[in-house]
Design a protein around this ligand. Structure first.
Ligand code: SF4
Ligand code: SF4
Length: 141
């Protein structure tokens, strides 16, 4: 938990660069394996599955953990609104760092680094912040 940056400036750097070409770099490396989500202590997303017996005597709706990095996570009737890896990796980073603060007033990332440790292609959730924010955000490794 040694990494640190100026939060306000880091948030602004991300907000200002949603469409920056940088995002293709981690997207090219990402395998959509979901490891980062599996080990994250704050991830809570899930999918629901509805099943019934043929005679419909028994029906069930079950909830299972899911991951926004999985290709079909955003698949809904008629299409998938995050079909590309760049869509999904951005969703993950922005939800952790920016949107959780906007939604709940607290960060969705506690800085534990588990996702960094377990990513098979060494994708680091802090990298977009310092790559897009530059020296201005005062990043410390
Ligand atoms: S560093 Fe943040 S995003 Fe990564 S596993 Fe820990 S809490 Fe989750
Ligand atoms: S662990 Fe790494 S490769 Fe796997 S989905 Fe997460 S960012 Fe992509």
């Amino acid at each position: 938990m040694s990494k640190a940056f100026d939060l306000k400036k880091g948030l602004r750097a991300l907000n200002d660069n949603y469409d920056h070409p940088y995002w293709e770099e981690p997207a090219d490396r990402c395998l959509s394996c979901g490891n980062c989500i599996n080990v994250c202590p704050t991830c809570f997303c899930y999918r629901t599955t509805e099943e019934s017996t043929v005679d419909q005597a028994v029906t069930a709706r079950t909830r299972q953990w899911d991951a926004c990095q999985n290709k079909d996570f955003a698949a809904v009737h008629g299409g998938n609104f995050r079909p590309e890896r760049v869509d999904r990796i951005r969703q993950w980073v922005y939800h952790k760092i920016n949107w959780s603060i906007e939604q709940y007033g607290v960060s969705g990332c506690v800085g534990c680094g588990r996702c960094v440790t377990w990513c098979p292609t060494a994708i680091d959730i802090t990298e977009p912040v310092w790559r897009l924010g530059g020296k201005d955000i005062g990043f410390r490794a």
